[in-house]
Design a protein around this ligand. Structure first.
Ligand code: HEC
Ligand code: HEC
Length: 290
């Protein structure tokens, strides 16, 4: 401390010197740093010197100081991935060009592949279809056994590969046209009729049924059961995409629908797509863990 510091007043209660500043009667103590904090700083500094010498530490432009221990967590991670990859090769190869029936009936391979399938589904599909394939407004349920395009594993794999209104050149194409040219009354009549279909409370001989036969049956089928391979869902079952209450059906009729399922051909390998198809099948049968 300089000589001038020694002139600063001493606080009578603590015995410490003050900083000499006085703010409207409030005087600041010049308390020394506690010993434990000083030691902590010294130890931390010593540790950092040792760590700089032993571990990767300083960037040097294109590279970094590697440290005497030569640790490389990047290489360790790559090694780990390689081991997982190698361990999968045995069973993954069976999904390249699969015999779905044999695979589905082979509990050993499905037990081995199950966790990878669940992870793939969570990473790529769950954002839209839900963790357990339970769907949501605009995204169909995959776990209920109702299908627009077919529920055998080869067809599911094809849907995943090419997508629906997706970017693959072979993508499945589907379109619910707008019926904005219809009168408001006709749309209301149809909406009530369609809302009653799942409960079979719609009258097949009514004018509404006639409107349906004239405008809707080409795509949804005479009995509204879908299944015509054009992506038009059944309107007669419990499964819904957007909603089958009269109000939502009215919106569907007025605005049309153009659901998009991405094409996965460029993003997942054929084996991964086939594995996912079996996972989706098992979700629909209640046999996969979500
Ligand atoms: C961006 C949202 C989105 C993602 C991600 C997505 N899907 Fe879809 N998927 C849809 C939509 C929307 C439809 C329905 C399209 C329509 O309305 O016709 C659909 C339809 C399907 C169908 C057809 C169902 C049927 O009834 O035939 C299957 C199977 C399917 N998805 C599986 C998957 C799988 C497996 C994944 C993960 C690889 C996946 N989806 C990822 C949005 C998505
Ligand atoms: C050109 C074929 C086509 C015609 C004609 C058509 N639809 Fe559709 N409809 C579709 C397709 C495809 C979808 C699925 C759209 C999607 O998922 O994005 C659909 C979806 C729907 C849905 C939504 C179902 C749900 O689960 O949410 C309703 C309701 C519906 N159509 C009612 C009708 C009615 C009523 C008519 C007649 C006025 C009609 N459609 C005519 C192809 C058609």
């Amino acid at each position: 401390m300089s000589g001038a510091d020694d002139d600063r007043p001493v606080d009578p209660v603590t015995g410490y010197q003050t900083t000499g500043h006085n703010w409207n009667g409030i005087i600041e103590l010049n308390t020394p740093m506690s010993r434990i904090a000083v030691w902590a700083l010294v130890l931390a500094f010593l540790y950092s010197v040792v760590a700089w010498i032993l571990l990767p530490a300083w960037p040097t432009g294109n590279h970094y100081t590697r440290g005497l221990l030569g640790l490389d967590q990047g290489a360790e991670a790559v090694d780990g991935y390689r081991q997982i990859h190698d361990a999968r090769q045995g069973w993954m190869a069976r999904f390249d060009d699969p015999d779905f029936a044999a695979l589905a009936g082979d509990p050993a391979v499905m037990a081995e592949a199950g966790p990878a399938a669940t992870r793939l589904f969570h990473d790529n599909c769950a954002a839209c279809h839900g963790d357990d394939g339970g769907g949501g407004p605009g995204f169909p349920v995959l776990s209920d056994g109702y299908w627009m395009w077919g529920g055998d594993p080869a067809t599911i794999a094809e849907t995943i590969r090419v997508g629906i209104n997706g970017t693959d050149p072979d993508t499945r194409i589907s379109e619910m046209p707008r019926f904005d040219w219809m009168s408001r009354e006709e749309r209301a009549i149809l909406a009530d009729y369609v809302a009653g279909l799942p409960a079979q409370s719609a009258d097949p001989g009514s004018p509404a049924a006639q409107l349906f036969a004239d405008n809707c049956a080409t795509c949804h089928g005479d009995t509204a059961a879908g299944g015509l391979d054009n992506g038009a869902p059944s309107l007669a079952d419990a499964s819904v995409i957007y909603g089958q209450d009269a109000e939502t059906v009215n919106t569907t009729l007025w605005a049309g629908r153009h659901g998009t399922m991405p094409s996965w051909s460029g993003r997942l390998t054929p084996a991964e797509i086939n594995l996912l198809a079996l996972h989706v099948l098992r979700l629909s049968q209640g046999r996969a863990t979500p």
